[in-house]
Structures are given as C-alpha cells and as structure tokens.
Design a protein around this ligand. Structure first.
Ligand code: FAD
Length: 360
C-alpha cells in the first residue's frame, strides 16, 4: 500500500522533531519515519557518563524549554532522551518508530519514499538522519594486522568494559578527549590518548553557550554579507567539560602524536618504537547518513549534498537538516536546529502553495 502526505521527514532525532514542530505550525500534513524503535535519536546510544556541554536552558528545541535536571548543571544523555520523548508526545508528532527508509526517488510530481515497511509518496522530503549511523574510521597502514579489539565511539559505553586492559583512544576532538578522560579517571584501564595534531583545549570558562553565540555571530555576518568570521573551530577543538578538566589537571590526559602503523599486537610509533594494546577505540568522527538519497544523484564532494540553506540545490523538494554547519550554523546541536527547521518548513510551505496555485 502506498500512503500519500505533503511531507515525509526521514529521521526522528532532535532535527526530525524540530522539523515536525514547524511543519505542524504551518498546517502541513506530514509523517516522520524513524529507524530507531524508540524516541531519542542518537542520544539513546551515547556512553553512560556523557553530559551535555551546555546547561538545559541552552539545549532546547523550539517551543519547549528543556527542564533542569535535578543536581546537574549539564544534563546527561538520559535526560535528553526523556526530553525528546516528552517533546514528541507533547506536540503529538506523528513519528513511526522502527521504520527504516531505504530510498528516496523522483516519481513524477512527487518523491517516493521506500521503507522496510511500505512506501510513501510525498510532495517534499526533509532528510534528518544525522551522522551517528555512519561512524568513520581512517584507513591505517597495517589496519588488518591488529588482532586486538577495535571499536568506535558509537560502541563505547563504560570503562568497566575495558577493565585491566591497555587501551588506545584515537582522536583529538570532544569524543576522543571525553572517552580518554572517562577511562583514565576510572583507574582500572591503562589509557593512551593519540591525536593527529596537538589537542587545543578551549578555555575552561567556555561551554556550549559561547559556542552557540559564536555560531550565531557567524551566521549573522554571513547573512549581512560581512564575510566569514570563522566557526567554533577557530576557538579550539575540545570543550573542557568537568571530567576532561579533571583528567587534564591530574596529568592523565596527555596526547601522543599519531602512530605510524598498526601491528599485530598494538602500534608502531614514528620513531620505530612499539606499544602493545588490547583494544583501540576510534573516536574519529562521523559522516552524514545519506545513503537513502543516492537514487536522487545529488551527492557532491565529501559525500555531501550541495545545499542553499537547507534546500538541496538540485532538488527543491528535498531539504537536509541537522547534519552540520553545511545545513545551517550549529544545526547539529539541540539549540541550533530550531532556526534551520523553521526555514525548511517555511520554504516547503511556500513551494507547495506555489504548486497548488499552479495546479488549480
Ligand atoms: P540523530 O540524533 O542521529 O537522529 C537521527 C535519527 O534518524 C535516528 O533516530 C536514526 O534512527 C534515524 N535514521 C537514520 N537513518 C535513517 C533511515 N535511513 N531511515 C529512517 N530513520 C533513520 N549537541 C548539543 O546541542 N549539545 C551537546 O552537548 C552535544 N554533545 C554531543 C556529544 C557527542 C558525543 C556527539 C556525537 C554529539 C553531540 N552533540 C551535542 C551534537 C548533536 O546534538 C547530536 O549529534 C544530535 O544527536 C544530532 O541530531 P539529529 O537529529 O541530526 O541526528
């Protein structure tokens, strides 16, 4: 059976819910298809000790402030899942959990959305599938030789899973620093942190609030044609959240430059010396999860789709939301996704109106 709606939103994480909020306000008929069996998007899968880098009042989606988590300045991932679960219910958003979109195709004046449980025909599609389902691990010399355990940020849960082991944590961003700190502070894991370039810690008093302000100032400068003031990357790579600060101050968070190759039992460094390891955790980032858009033939360099705001340049019925700065400054954050979600809903409503008038 094929179902018909104005808009299909692919992905029911924070970006998909923010899109739903604005589509509802514009009175559009839509459905949200989400592969996960329950609300929360990627927050359901994060490691146990993870806390946001902004307080609750700086981590809200449109319409509803995130409540403060008792006893915590920076809420944990479970609190975000609760917030998103409540958000979905409060606005009665039509999310179909456990529905994976396999392909989006052109089908005359509609887009056809093929899933593992049926087909939808829509006048427009918002893709909000995030990056969590596409972990990235760089190709390394000797990559196939290592006989220990290799895993990625997406599979890391807690230090107890590595108790008594020698673990290499690879990656100089926030995930790498936080996971290295988590393991090192536990005291039962021999942790070595490896980064491609020397990690740049942000000053201790800078948290997500400042990062959001910087992203907002950048957007304003771009909008006003004043040029690019530089994104948050110009400030540093690692937010000094409390565990990172604690590990750093205790001298437990010293970064080693990247190794040259993997060996059967560990790694070999640039000077030829070797270190044995039981496990390697790759905290080396993500790529946008866009495989379902492949039939549209829109993917450009680095696997991205070229966009103007959130709108796909080669297909005005398609919007991309939440993946990173290329779909709107800070759009991959809780507080930042609201504005591009509003713009996407606005542009879709205008497009559908124009087409309705044209058809009458
Ligand atoms: P996701 O949360 O990944 O949701 C995507 C949804 O789409 C999922 O439910 C998935 O099941 C579904 N999906 C994927 N593919 C398909 C498909 N083919 N068909 C149907 N459904 C599909 N941001 C902050 O604001 N504050 C922070 O403190 C913060 N800390 C972070 C810490 C870490 C370690 C990471 C990785 C990110 C952090 N972020 C933070 C960034 C950001 O908020 C998250 O990446 C956010 O989860 C992105 O939301 P999303 O809705 O775009 O994607």
């Amino acid at each position: 059976m094929t179902r018909h709606v104005d808009v299909v939103v692919v992905g029911g994480g924070q970006a998909g819910l923010a899109a739903g909020y604005h589509l509802r306000r514009r009175g559009l008929d839509f459905t949200i298809l989400d592969a996960d069996p329950a609300p929360g998007g990627s927050w359901r899968h994060m490691w146990d000790s993870l806390h946001l880098f902004s307080p609750a009042d700086h981590s809200s989606l449109p319409g509803r402030l995130m409540p403060v988590q008792p006893g915590e300045t920076y809420p944990d991932a479970g609190h975000v899942v609760d917030y998103l679960t409540d958000y979905e219910k409060r606005y009665d958003l039509p999310v179909r959990h456990g529905t994976r979109v396999d392909a989006v195709r052109r089908d005359g004046d509609r887009l056809r959305v093929e899933t593992d449980s049926g087909t939808w025909r829509a006048r427009a599609v918002i893709s909000a599938t995030g990056t969590w389902s596409r972990p990235f691990v760089p190709a390394m010399t000797g990559g196939g030789d290592f006989t220990g355990r290799q895993t990625h940020t997406v599979n890391y849960r807690r230090p107890a899973d590595f108790a008594g082991q020698r673990v290499l944590v690879v990656g100089g961003g926030n995930s790498g620093a936080q996971i290295a700190a988590d393991l090192a502070l536990d005291g039962h894991v021999e942790t070595t942190w490896v980064t491609r370039r020397h990690p740049r810690f942000l000053p201790d008093d800078i948290d997500g609030r400042v990062l959001f302000d910087v992203a907002t100032a950048r957007r304003r400068a771009l909008d006003e044609g004043r040029g690019d003031t530089g994104g948050v990357a110009s400030l540093g790579d690692v937010v000094a959240v409390p565990p990172v600060r604690a590990a750093r101050d205790a001298g437990l968070l010293r970064a080693h430059p990247m190794f040259r190759r993997l060996t059967a039992t560990g790694v070999q460094w640039a000077d030829g010396s070797r270190t044995d390891a039981d496990a390697i955790i790759w905290c080396t980032g993500f790529r946008p999860a866009l495989a379902h858009l492949a039939p549209l033939g829109l993917r450009g360099p680095r696997g991205h789709v070229e966009t103007s705001g959130t709108e796909a340049v080669g297909e005005p019925r398609l919007h991309l939301l939440g993946y990173g700065d290329w779909t709107g400054p800070a759009s991959a954050t809780l507080i930042g996704v609201g504005r591009p979600a509003r713009e996407a809903a606005h542009r879709i409503a205008r497009l559908l109106d124009v087409r309705r008038v044209g058809a009458s």
